[in-house]
Design a protein around this ligand. Sequence first.
Ligand code: ADP
Length: 454
Amino acid sequence: MRLLPGRRTMRLRLTLWYVAVLALSTAVIAVLFYVGLETALRNQVDNGIRETAASEAKTSVGDFLQTGAEPVPDEASSESMIRVLNGEGQVLGGAGAFRRPRAGRQPRAGLATVPAPGDRAPWRVYTQAVKLPTGEPGWLQAGSSLAGTEAALARLRRQLLLGLPLMLLLAGVGGLFLAGRALAPIDHMATAAEQITGSDLSGRMGPQGSEELGRLAAAFDRMLERLDMAFQRERRFVSDVSHELRTPLTALRGRIEVTLTRPRSRVEYQDTLRALETEVARLTRLSEDLLLLARFDRGVLTPGMEQVDLSGLLASVAEQVRPLAQARSQILVEDVEPDLGLRADPDQLVRLFFNLLDNAVKFTGDGGRIGLTGRRNGVAITVEVSDTGAGIGSEHLDSIFDRFYRAEESRARTTGGHGLGLAIANEIARAHGGTLSVSSRLGEGSTFTVALPG
Ligand code: ADP
Protein backbone atom coordinates (compact mmCIF):
# COMPACT_ATOMS: atom_id res chain seq x y z
CA MET A 1 0.00 0.00 0.00
CA ARG A 2 1.26 3.47 -0.87
CA LEU A 3 2.05 5.67 2.11
CA LEU A 4 0.32 9.00 1.79
CA PRO A 5 2.37 12.01 2.82
CA GLY A 6 1.52 12.83 6.38
CA ARG A 7 0.50 9.38 7.50
CA ARG A 8 3.88 8.78 9.19
CA THR A 9 3.66 12.10 11.00
CA MET A 10 0.07 11.41 11.96
CA ARG A 11 1.08 8.06 13.39
CA LEU A 12 4.02 9.56 15.25
CA ARG A 13 1.97 12.43 16.58
CA LEU A 14 -0.73 10.09 17.83
CA THR A 15 1.87 7.94 19.58
CA LEU A 16 3.65 10.93 21.09
CA TRP A 17 0.39 12.25 22.50
CA TYR A 18 -0.39 8.87 23.92
CA VAL A 19 3.06 8.51 25.53
CA ALA A 20 2.94 12.06 26.87
CA VAL A 21 -0.42 11.52 28.54
CA LEU A 22 0.74 8.19 29.92
CA ALA A 23 4.02 9.72 31.20
CA LEU A 24 2.19 12.53 32.95
CA SER A 25 -0.34 10.28 34.64
CA THR A 26 2.21 7.69 35.75
CA ALA A 27 4.51 10.46 37.04
CA VAL A 28 1.67 11.83 39.17
CA ILE A 29 0.86 8.35 40.49
CA ALA A 30 4.55 7.61 41.20
CA VAL A 31 5.06 10.86 43.13
CA LEU A 32 1.90 10.29 45.18
CA PHE A 33 2.98 6.72 45.91
CA TYR A 34 6.52 7.77 46.88
CA VAL A 35 5.39 10.57 49.20
CA GLY A 36 2.79 8.27 50.77
CA LEU A 37 5.34 5.55 51.43
CA GLU A 38 7.88 7.99 52.85
CA THR A 39 5.31 9.39 55.26
CA ALA A 40 4.20 5.92 56.32
CA LEU A 41 7.79 4.80 57.00
CA ARG A 42 8.58 7.96 59.01
CA ASN A 43 5.37 7.57 61.00
CA GLN A 44 6.29 4.00 61.76
CA VAL A 45 9.72 5.08 63.08
CA ASP A 46 8.24 7.98 65.04
CA ASN A 47 5.57 5.83 66.66
CA GLY A 48 8.17 3.21 67.59
CA ILE A 49 10.50 5.63 69.38
CA ARG A 50 7.63 7.44 71.04
CA GLU A 51 6.27 4.19 72.49
CA THR A 52 9.72 3.06 73.63
CA ALA A 53 10.34 6.41 75.34
CA ALA A 54 6.99 6.30 77.10
CA SER A 55 7.43 2.78 78.50
CA GLU A 56 11.12 3.24 79.50
CA ALA A 57 10.40 6.57 81.24
CA LYS A 58 8.18 4.74 83.69
CA THR A 59 10.60 1.97 84.61
CA SER A 60 14.27 2.15 83.66
CA VAL A 61 15.66 5.69 84.01
CA GLY A 62 17.81 4.57 87.00
CA ASP A 63 19.20 1.50 85.17
CA PHE A 64 20.53 3.60 82.30
CA LEU A 65 22.49 5.81 84.67
CA GLN A 66 24.49 2.71 85.71
CA THR A 67 26.03 2.34 82.26
CA GLY A 68 27.57 5.84 82.39
CA ALA A 69 30.62 6.05 80.23
CA GLU A 70 31.18 2.30 79.91
CA PRO A 71 31.19 0.63 76.52
CA VAL A 72 28.00 -1.15 75.50
CA PRO A 73 28.38 -4.55 73.69
CA ASP A 74 26.27 -3.99 70.56
CA GLU A 75 26.69 -0.24 70.31
CA ALA A 76 28.48 -0.19 66.92
CA SER A 77 25.93 -2.29 65.07
CA SER A 78 22.79 -1.03 66.74
CA GLU A 79 20.28 0.99 64.75
CA SER A 80 18.35 2.19 67.78
CA MET A 81 19.12 3.68 71.16
CA ILE A 82 17.71 4.96 74.42
CA ARG A 83 19.49 7.39 76.76
CA VAL A 84 19.13 9.65 79.74
CA LEU A 85 20.45 13.24 79.79
CA ASN A 86 20.71 15.78 82.53
CA GLY A 87 19.02 19.17 82.33
CA GLU A 88 21.88 20.65 80.26
CA GLY A 89 21.75 17.93 77.68
CA GLN A 90 24.72 15.90 78.81
CA VAL A 91 24.41 12.17 78.19
CA LEU A 92 24.41 10.31 81.52
CA GLY A 93 23.89 6.77 80.23
CA GLY A 94 21.77 4.61 77.91
CA ALA A 95 21.44 1.48 75.80
CA GLY A 96 22.06 0.60 72.15
CA ALA A 97 23.94 3.17 70.02
CA PHE A 98 23.25 5.83 72.62
CA ARG A 99 26.45 7.79 71.97
CA ARG A 100 25.96 8.20 68.20
CA PRO A 101 23.20 10.77 67.66
CA ARG A 102 24.43 14.21 68.62
CA ALA A 103 22.93 15.63 71.82
CA GLY A 104 21.99 19.29 71.75
CA ARG A 105 22.87 21.80 74.41
CA GLN A 106 19.30 22.45 75.33
CA PRO A 107 17.16 19.42 74.55
CA ARG A 108 13.51 20.10 73.78
CA ALA A 109 10.58 17.73 74.22
CA GLY A 110 9.21 16.17 71.02
CA LEU A 111 10.45 14.66 67.76
CA ALA A 112 13.56 15.82 65.90
CA THR A 113 15.87 14.65 63.16
CA VAL A 114 19.38 14.67 64.54
CA PRO A 115 22.71 14.26 62.71
CA ALA A 116 24.96 11.41 63.77
CA PRO A 117 28.66 12.08 62.91
CA GLY A 118 30.14 9.04 61.21
CA ASP A 119 26.76 7.58 60.23
CA ARG A 120 25.40 7.62 56.65
CA ALA A 121 21.93 8.76 57.71
CA PRO A 122 20.62 11.03 60.48
CA TRP A 123 18.63 9.73 63.40
CA ARG A 124 15.09 10.32 64.46
CA VAL A 125 14.99 11.14 68.16
CA TYR A 126 12.08 11.55 70.57
CA THR A 127 12.79 13.59 73.70
CA GLN A 128 10.69 13.48 76.86
CA ALA A 129 11.22 15.23 80.23
CA VAL A 130 11.85 12.92 83.22
CA LYS A 131 12.85 13.28 86.83
CA LEU A 132 16.31 11.85 87.58
CA PRO A 133 16.66 9.57 90.67
CA THR A 134 18.49 12.52 92.28
CA GLY A 135 15.28 14.52 92.00
CA GLU A 136 16.73 16.91 89.39
CA PRO A 137 14.96 17.40 86.03
CA GLY A 138 16.45 15.46 83.10
CA TRP A 139 15.58 14.07 79.68
CA LEU A 140 14.89 10.66 78.25
CA GLN A 141 15.57 10.20 74.54
CA ALA A 142 14.58 7.22 72.36
CA GLY A 143 15.98 7.17 68.81
CA SER A 144 16.16 5.15 65.68
CA SER A 145 18.51 5.48 62.72
CA LEU A 146 16.90 6.54 59.45
CA ALA A 147 19.43 4.49 57.45
CA GLY A 148 16.97 1.63 56.75
CA THR A 149 14.16 3.96 55.70
CA GLU A 150 16.45 6.02 53.52
CA ALA A 151 17.88 2.91 51.88
CA ALA A 152 14.37 1.61 51.12
CA LEU A 153 13.33 4.98 49.69
CA ALA A 154 16.52 5.22 47.64
CA ARG A 155 15.88 1.77 46.23
CA LEU A 156 12.32 2.77 45.31
CA ARG A 157 13.56 5.98 43.65
CA ARG A 158 16.04 3.99 41.59
CA GLN A 159 13.35 1.51 40.52
CA LEU A 160 10.94 4.26 39.54
CA LEU A 161 13.54 6.26 37.61
CA LEU A 162 14.59 3.17 35.69
CA GLY A 163 11.24 1.43 35.37
CA LEU A 164 9.12 4.36 34.23
CA PRO A 165 11.13 5.27 31.12
CA LEU A 166 11.30 1.57 30.24
CA MET A 167 7.53 1.28 30.57
CA LEU A 168 7.02 4.42 28.44
CA LEU A 169 9.35 3.05 25.80
CA LEU A 170 7.33 -0.18 25.63
CA ALA A 171 4.08 1.78 25.56
CA GLY A 172 5.49 3.94 22.76
CA VAL A 173 6.43 0.94 20.63
CA GLY A 174 3.01 -0.63 21.29
CA GLY A 175 1.29 2.68 20.57
CA LEU A 176 3.16 3.07 17.31
CA PHE A 177 2.03 -0.39 16.26
CA LEU A 178 -1.59 0.22 17.28
CA ALA A 179 -1.68 3.66 15.65
CA GLY A 180 -0.37 2.09 12.46
CA ARG A 181 -3.12 -0.50 12.53
CA ALA A 182 -5.82 2.07 13.31
CA LEU A 183 -4.65 4.42 10.57
CA ALA A 184 -4.23 1.78 7.86
CA PRO A 185 -7.94 1.76 6.86
CA ILE A 186 -7.96 5.57 6.80
CA ASP A 187 -4.94 5.47 4.56
CA HIS A 188 -6.68 2.96 2.34
CA MET A 189 -9.78 5.15 2.19
CA ALA A 190 -7.73 8.24 1.42
CA THR A 191 -5.99 6.41 -1.44
CA ALA A 192 -9.34 5.26 -2.79
CA ALA A 193 -10.73 8.80 -2.48
CA GLU A 194 -7.74 10.26 -4.33
CA GLN A 195 -8.34 7.96 -7.28
CA ILE A 196 -11.89 9.23 -7.69
CA THR A 197 -12.09 12.04 -10.21
CA GLY A 198 -14.85 13.87 -12.03
CA SER A 199 -14.36 11.69 -15.08
CA ASP A 200 -14.14 8.41 -13.18
CA LEU A 201 -16.48 8.02 -10.26
CA SER A 202 -16.52 4.25 -10.39
CA GLY A 203 -14.08 3.71 -7.47
CA ARG A 204 -15.49 2.62 -4.10
CA MET A 205 -14.09 2.34 -0.57
CA GLY A 206 -15.53 -1.12 0.02
CA PRO A 207 -15.91 -2.81 3.43
CA GLN A 208 -13.47 -1.72 6.16
CA GLY A 209 -11.93 -3.50 9.14
CA SER A 210 -13.59 -1.66 11.98
CA GLU A 211 -17.31 -1.03 12.36
CA GLU A 212 -16.99 2.75 12.72
CA LEU A 213 -14.84 3.15 9.63
CA GLY A 214 -17.02 0.62 7.83
CA ARG A 215 -20.03 2.87 8.39
CA LEU A 216 -18.08 5.92 7.22
CA ALA A 217 -16.90 4.07 4.11
CA ALA A 218 -20.43 2.83 3.36
CA ALA A 219 -21.81 6.37 3.69
CA PHE A 220 -19.03 7.59 1.41
CA ASP A 221 -19.81 4.87 -1.13
CA ARG A 222 -23.49 5.76 -1.13
CA MET A 223 -22.57 9.39 -1.71
CA LEU A 224 -20.32 8.34 -4.60
CA GLU A 225 -23.17 6.30 -6.03
CA ARG A 226 -25.43 9.37 -6.01
CA LEU A 227 -22.67 11.57 -7.45
CA ASP A 228 -21.97 9.00 -10.13
CA MET A 229 -25.61 8.93 -11.14
CA ALA A 230 -25.84 12.72 -11.10
CA PHE A 231 -22.70 13.01 -13.25
CA GLN A 232 -24.01 10.42 -15.69
CA ARG A 233 -27.30 12.29 -15.93
CA GLU A 234 -25.41 15.50 -16.48
CA ARG A 235 -23.27 14.00 -19.25
CA ARG A 236 -26.31 12.50 -20.95
CA PHE A 237 -28.04 15.85 -20.68
CA VAL A 238 -25.15 17.70 -22.28
CA SER A 239 -24.92 15.20 -25.13
CA ASP A 240 -28.71 15.40 -25.61
CA VAL A 241 -28.56 19.18 -25.72
CA SER A 242 -25.77 19.12 -28.33
CA HIS A 243 -27.72 16.62 -30.36
CA GLU A 244 -30.93 18.69 -30.19
CA LEU A 245 -29.02 21.78 -31.27
CA ARG A 246 -27.09 20.17 -34.08
CA THR A 247 -30.07 18.74 -35.96
CA PRO A 248 -31.91 22.05 -36.55
CA LEU A 249 -28.63 23.92 -37.12
CA THR A 250 -27.62 21.40 -39.81
CA ALA A 251 -31.04 21.81 -41.41
CA LEU A 252 -30.71 25.60 -41.33
CA ARG A 253 -27.28 25.50 -42.86
CA GLY A 254 -28.34 23.05 -45.59
CA ARG A 255 -31.26 25.19 -46.50
CA ILE A 256 -29.13 28.34 -46.67
CA GLU A 257 -26.43 26.63 -48.74
CA VAL A 258 -28.94 25.27 -51.23
CA THR A 259 -30.58 28.67 -51.58
CA LEU A 260 -27.22 30.35 -52.16
CA THR A 261 -26.11 27.99 -54.97
CA ARG A 262 -27.65 30.34 -57.56
CA PRO A 263 -29.63 33.58 -57.74
CA ARG A 264 -33.27 33.14 -56.61
CA SER A 265 -36.49 34.96 -57.14
CA ARG A 266 -37.92 37.15 -54.46
CA VAL A 267 -40.64 34.56 -53.69
CA GLU A 268 -38.05 31.82 -53.27
CA TYR A 269 -36.04 33.96 -50.84
CA GLN A 270 -39.17 34.66 -48.87
CA ASP A 271 -39.98 30.93 -48.70
CA THR A 272 -36.51 30.16 -47.45
CA LEU A 273 -36.63 32.88 -44.83
CA ARG A 274 -40.00 31.65 -43.59
CA ALA A 275 -38.65 28.12 -43.26
CA LEU A 276 -35.63 29.51 -41.42
CA GLU A 277 -37.91 31.45 -39.12
CA THR A 278 -39.78 28.27 -38.13
CA GLU A 279 -36.53 26.48 -37.30
CA VAL A 280 -35.20 29.46 -35.38
CA ALA A 281 -38.45 29.63 -33.42
CA ARG A 282 -38.02 25.96 -32.51
CA LEU A 283 -34.46 26.61 -31.38
CA THR A 284 -35.58 29.58 -29.36
CA ARG A 285 -38.21 27.41 -27.64
CA LEU A 286 -35.56 24.82 -26.89
CA SER A 287 -33.15 27.33 -25.38
CA GLU A 288 -35.94 28.86 -23.31
CA ASP A 289 -36.94 25.44 -22.00
CA LEU A 290 -33.32 24.65 -21.14
CA LEU A 291 -32.93 27.95 -19.36
CA LEU A 292 -36.08 27.27 -17.38
CA LEU A 293 -34.85 23.84 -16.30
CA ALA A 294 -31.45 25.24 -15.40
CA ARG A 295 -33.14 27.82 -13.20
CA PHE A 296 -35.18 25.08 -11.53
CA ASP A 297 -31.93 23.19 -10.92
CA ARG A 298 -30.21 26.21 -9.42
CA GLY A 299 -33.22 26.65 -7.17
CA VAL A 300 -33.70 30.25 -8.29
CA LEU A 301 -37.12 29.56 -9.76
CA THR A 302 -39.16 29.54 -6.59
CA PRO A 303 -42.79 30.07 -7.58
CA GLY A 304 -44.20 33.52 -6.93
CA MET A 305 -47.08 32.41 -4.75
CA GLU A 306 -50.41 34.18 -4.97
CA GLN A 307 -54.05 33.19 -4.56
CA VAL A 308 -55.08 31.54 -7.84
CA ASP A 309 -58.55 30.68 -9.13
CA LEU A 310 -57.62 27.28 -10.51
CA SER A 311 -61.04 26.62 -12.08
CA GLY A 312 -60.74 29.81 -14.13
CA LEU A 313 -57.08 29.11 -14.97
CA LEU A 314 -57.91 25.61 -16.28
CA ALA A 315 -60.78 27.00 -18.38
CA SER A 316 -58.50 29.55 -20.01
CA VAL A 317 -55.78 26.94 -20.78
CA ALA A 318 -58.50 24.71 -22.29
CA GLU A 319 -59.55 27.63 -24.51
CA GLN A 320 -55.95 27.97 -25.77
CA VAL A 321 -55.80 24.29 -26.66
CA ARG A 322 -59.31 23.98 -28.12
CA PRO A 323 -58.36 25.26 -31.62
CA LEU A 324 -55.54 22.71 -31.80
CA ALA A 325 -57.95 19.91 -30.84
CA GLN A 326 -60.58 21.14 -33.26
CA ALA A 327 -58.02 21.11 -36.04
CA ARG A 328 -57.77 17.36 -35.48
CA SER A 329 -61.49 16.84 -34.96
CA GLN A 330 -60.87 15.91 -31.32
CA ILE A 331 -63.38 16.72 -28.61
CA LEU A 332 -62.16 18.40 -25.46
CA VAL A 333 -64.36 17.59 -22.46
CA GLU A 334 -63.98 19.81 -19.37
CA ASP A 335 -65.24 18.69 -15.98
CA VAL A 336 -63.73 21.09 -13.45
CA GLU A 337 -65.36 21.84 -10.08
CA PRO A 338 -66.06 25.55 -9.66
CA ASP A 339 -64.14 27.68 -7.11
CA LEU A 340 -61.02 25.56 -6.89
CA GLY A 341 -58.52 27.90 -5.30
CA LEU A 342 -54.93 27.55 -4.11
CA ARG A 343 -51.77 29.54 -3.54
CA ALA A 344 -49.50 29.09 -6.56
CA ASP A 345 -47.58 30.78 -9.36
CA PRO A 346 -50.27 31.24 -12.07
CA ASP A 347 -47.78 31.52 -14.97
CA GLN A 348 -46.11 28.26 -13.99
CA LEU A 349 -49.47 26.50 -13.59
CA VAL A 350 -50.55 27.66 -17.07
CA ARG A 351 -47.35 26.19 -18.44
CA LEU A 352 -47.83 22.91 -16.58
CA PHE A 353 -51.39 22.32 -17.77
CA PHE A 354 -50.69 23.63 -21.27
CA ASN A 355 -47.85 21.12 -21.64
CA LEU A 356 -50.12 18.25 -20.57
CA LEU A 357 -53.05 19.28 -22.77
CA ASP A 358 -50.80 20.03 -25.73
CA ASN A 359 -49.24 16.55 -25.41
CA ALA A 360 -52.70 14.97 -25.17
CA VAL A 361 -53.67 16.64 -28.47
CA LYS A 362 -50.33 15.85 -30.12
CA PHE A 363 -50.31 12.18 -29.19
CA THR A 364 -53.97 11.47 -29.90
CA GLY A 365 -55.19 10.69 -33.39
CA ASP A 366 -57.90 12.53 -35.28
CA GLY A 367 -61.35 12.23 -33.70
CA GLY A 368 -60.00 11.32 -30.26
CA ARG A 369 -61.27 12.53 -26.91
CA ILE A 370 -59.31 14.75 -24.52
CA GLY A 371 -60.54 15.04 -20.92
CA LEU A 372 -59.75 17.70 -18.32
CA THR A 373 -61.08 17.19 -14.78
CA GLY A 374 -60.42 19.13 -11.61
CA ARG A 375 -61.54 18.01 -8.12
CA ARG A 376 -60.98 18.91 -4.55
CA ASN A 377 -59.66 15.82 -2.82
CA GLY A 378 -59.65 16.47 0.91
CA VAL A 379 -56.95 19.08 1.43
CA ALA A 380 -55.45 18.44 -2.02
CA ILE A 381 -56.60 19.37 -5.50
CA THR A 382 -56.35 16.77 -8.24
CA VAL A 383 -56.29 17.71 -11.91
CA GLU A 384 -56.40 14.97 -14.54
CA VAL A 385 -55.57 15.29 -18.24
CA SER A 386 -56.66 12.18 -20.12
CA ASP A 387 -56.72 11.18 -23.75
CA THR A 388 -57.69 8.27 -25.97
CA GLY A 389 -54.42 8.47 -27.86
CA ALA A 390 -51.42 6.30 -28.58
CA GLY A 391 -50.64 5.60 -24.95
CA ILE A 392 -47.18 4.91 -23.53
CA GLY A 393 -45.55 1.49 -23.22
CA SER A 394 -44.98 0.38 -19.62
CA GLU A 395 -41.22 0.22 -20.26
CA HIS A 396 -41.21 4.01 -20.82
CA LEU A 397 -43.36 5.03 -17.87
CA ASP A 398 -40.44 5.32 -15.41
CA SER A 399 -38.42 7.58 -17.68
CA ILE A 400 -41.16 9.69 -19.21
CA PHE A 401 -40.39 12.66 -16.93
CA ASP A 402 -36.65 12.58 -17.71
CA ARG A 403 -35.21 15.36 -19.78
CA PHE A 404 -35.12 14.71 -23.54
CA TYR A 405 -36.89 11.39 -23.08
CA ARG A 406 -39.27 10.52 -25.87
CA ALA A 407 -41.18 7.28 -25.79
CA GLU A 408 -40.93 6.80 -29.50
CA GLU A 409 -38.36 8.81 -31.38
CA SER A 410 -40.12 8.58 -34.73
CA ARG A 411 -43.47 9.58 -33.34
CA ALA A 412 -42.02 12.42 -31.33
CA ARG A 413 -39.94 13.74 -34.22
CA THR A 414 -43.07 14.37 -36.26
CA THR A 415 -44.68 16.20 -33.34
CA GLY A 416 -41.66 18.50 -33.16
CA GLY A 417 -41.19 18.13 -29.40
CA HIS A 418 -37.82 18.16 -27.67
CA GLY A 419 -38.82 15.87 -24.83
CA LEU A 420 -38.61 18.64 -22.21
CA GLY A 421 -42.32 19.38 -21.75
CA LEU A 422 -43.01 16.71 -19.13
CA ALA A 423 -39.70 17.37 -17.33
CA ILE A 424 -40.73 21.02 -16.96
CA ALA A 425 -44.27 20.07 -15.90
CA ASN A 426 -42.83 17.74 -13.28
CA GLU A 427 -40.48 20.44 -11.91
CA ILE A 428 -43.38 22.90 -11.65
CA ALA A 429 -45.56 20.38 -9.77
CA ARG A 430 -42.64 19.65 -7.40
CA ALA A 431 -41.87 23.31 -6.84
CA HIS A 432 -45.48 23.70 -5.68
CA GLY A 433 -45.17 20.82 -3.23
CA GLY A 434 -47.23 18.60 -5.51
CA THR A 435 -46.71 15.56 -7.72
CA LEU A 436 -47.18 14.62 -11.35
CA SER A 437 -47.91 10.99 -12.20
CA VAL A 438 -49.01 9.03 -15.23
CA SER A 439 -51.00 5.92 -15.94
CA SER A 440 -51.15 4.70 -19.50
CA ARG A 441 -51.67 1.68 -21.68
CA LEU A 442 -50.27 1.39 -25.16
CA GLY A 443 -52.97 1.97 -27.75
CA GLU A 444 -55.63 2.92 -25.19
CA GLY A 445 -54.63 6.38 -24.08
CA SER A 446 -52.99 8.06 -21.08
CA THR A 447 -53.99 9.92 -17.95
CA PHE A 448 -51.65 12.47 -16.36
CA THR A 449 -52.56 13.37 -12.77
CA VAL A 450 -51.38 16.51 -10.98
CA ALA A 451 -51.91 16.58 -7.22
CA LEU A 452 -51.40 19.99 -5.60
CA PRO A 453 -51.76 21.00 -1.99
CA GLY A 454 -55.01 22.99 -1.80
P1 ADP B 1 -42.32 16.27 -26.19
O1 ADP B 1 -41.73 17.60 -26.45
O2 ADP B 1 -41.72 15.20 -27.02
O3 ADP B 1 -43.79 16.27 -26.18
P2 ADP B 1 -42.63 15.70 -23.45
O4 ADP B 1 -41.67 15.74 -22.34
O5 ADP B 1 -43.82 16.55 -23.33
O6 ADP B 1 -41.81 15.96 -24.74
O7 ADP B 1 -43.07 14.22 -23.60
C1 ADP B 1 -42.13 13.20 -23.61
C2 ADP B 1 -42.61 11.99 -24.34
O8 ADP B 1 -43.67 11.40 -23.60
C3 ADP B 1 -43.20 12.28 -25.66
O9 ADP B 1 -42.24 12.32 -26.65
C4 ADP B 1 -44.12 11.09 -25.86
O10 ADP B 1 -43.42 9.98 -26.32
C5 ADP B 1 -44.62 10.80 -24.47
N1 ADP B 1 -45.91 11.41 -24.15
C6 ADP B 1 -46.17 12.55 -23.49
N2 ADP B 1 -47.49 12.78 -23.36
C7 ADP B 1 -48.10 11.76 -23.98
C8 ADP B 1 -49.47 11.40 -24.20
N3 ADP B 1 -50.49 12.15 -23.78
N4 ADP B 1 -49.71 10.26 -24.88
C9 ADP B 1 -48.71 9.49 -25.30
N5 ADP B 1 -47.40 9.76 -25.15
C10 ADP B 1 -47.09 10.88 -24.48
